[in-house]
Design a protein around this ligand. Structure first.
Ligand code: SF4
Length: 338
């Protein structure tokens, strides 16, 4: 069944401070939040969604479990009303690791909260400190394990290209998130927004933003970890919002098709690795099988992956082909006589 989130953005509500990269008002395109508009927003979105879709009211954009508990319970009760009416199936929320404890999880358990998205961002304490996250990796691990222990579904959010981060540290973060029991992941290559501390760091050259190409390469490495563990990646890069579209001074890894570019790189990475194992003879054609739905991602935008392979192996033939036997992000390579 198709799953649809009904997002309710609560920008910066509950945040004890501001992370160096964060400008939720631009990311969400929402300048202010009023509890009075929540029902109207839910009902407007319900009217546009397919009746048979599984719907989840999702409180995104802030640190939901850190907001004033009276307001938090008011919002949960509003959402619960739609669950009781049978119009939505459950509630989802995003929060930070230091805003999770047993008491909060017990409280969430009294409502139809199914999924908790945790802003882990990195499992390296130096990266977390340079990003002014205000929590440690140990707190992220404890929060993750508690969320699972209380029976919630856990989505781990991580970022690429934070200050002090490297591809190796990002792979370690993905592996930590897998050990901590995530059910799904979101990956956000860092975009640098004006009016953030990170923007000033980029301008005074104490921080170098990721390029789109670097972001795609580093994301591919992390995607490989998640896909190898059969963990779905439900989002790569920020959603296109009005705020983002209007912002002309972004730095870093912003591209409207970033997710697609990252997936292209993922396929290229896997194909190159499998090719080095296969060692085909020069006169053989290399057949690259992927799931039918993944053929264009594997070929790359404007067949960029095929062109890269032809450049790296000029005398070899490559054939990309869909296979009904494969699913998800599986890739199978074999060689055959020309
Ligand atoms: S915790 Fe989340 S919403 Fe709050 S400042 Fe940091 S990134 Fe922004």
């Amino acid at each position: 069944m198709r799953h649809c989130n009904i997002p309710i953005f609560v920008p910066h509500l509950g945040c004890p401070h501001t992370c160096v990269f964060c400008n939720q008002r631009t990311i969400t395109g929402q300048k202010a939040f009023s509890v009075d508009t929540v029902c109207k927003t839910i009902e407007q979105q319900l009217a546009t969604l397919p009746p048979d879709a599984e719907k989840e009211i999702a409180f995104f954009g802030g640190s939901f479990t850190a907001i004033d508990h009276t307001l938090m319970q008011t919002l949960l009760s509003l959402a619960e009303h739609y669950v009781r009416l049978g119009e939505v199936a459950s509630i989802r929320l995003s929060t930070r690791p230091d805003a999770i404890d047993r008491e909060i999880l017990s409280l969430l358990g009294q409502y139809s909260v199914k999924t908790i998205e945790l802003g882990i961002q990195s499992s390296d304490d130096t990266v977390l400190s340079l990003s002014e996250r205000g929590h440690t990796a140990a707190q992220a691990e404890t929060a993750s394990r508690l969320i699972k222990e209380h029976g919630f579904s856990l989505v781990g959010q991580m970022m690429l290209g934070l200050p002090g981060s490297t591809e190796e540290l990002e792979i370690q973060t993905a592996q930590s998130m897998l050990r901590w029991g995530i059910d799904a992941a979101r990956i956000y290559p860092t975009v640098v927004f004006p009016e953030t501390a990170l923007y000033k760091m980029a301008k005074n050259r104490s921080y170098r933003p990721l390029s789109v190409t670097e972001a795609a390469t580093r994301c591919a490495a992390v995607l490989e970890c998640f896909y190898a563990a059969n963990i779905p990646v439900i989002r790569i890069g920020l959603c296109e919002t009005e705020g983002l579209r209007e912002e002309k001074n972004l730095l870093g890894a912003y591209h409207p098709a970033l997710g697609e570019l990252c997936l292209n790189q993922y396929y290229l990475r896997v194909i190159l690795r499998e090719l080095s194992r296969l060692s085909p003879a020069p006169h053989e054609t290399v057949v690259i099988e992927v799931a039918p739905s993944a053929l264009s991602q594997a070929l790359g935008q404007k067949k960029s992956n095929l062109l890269t392979l032809k450049t790296l192996y000029p005398n070899r033939k490559f054939l990309f082909t869909p296979s009904q036997k494969l699913c998800g992000k599986e890739v199978k390579l074999y060689s055959k006589e020309n």
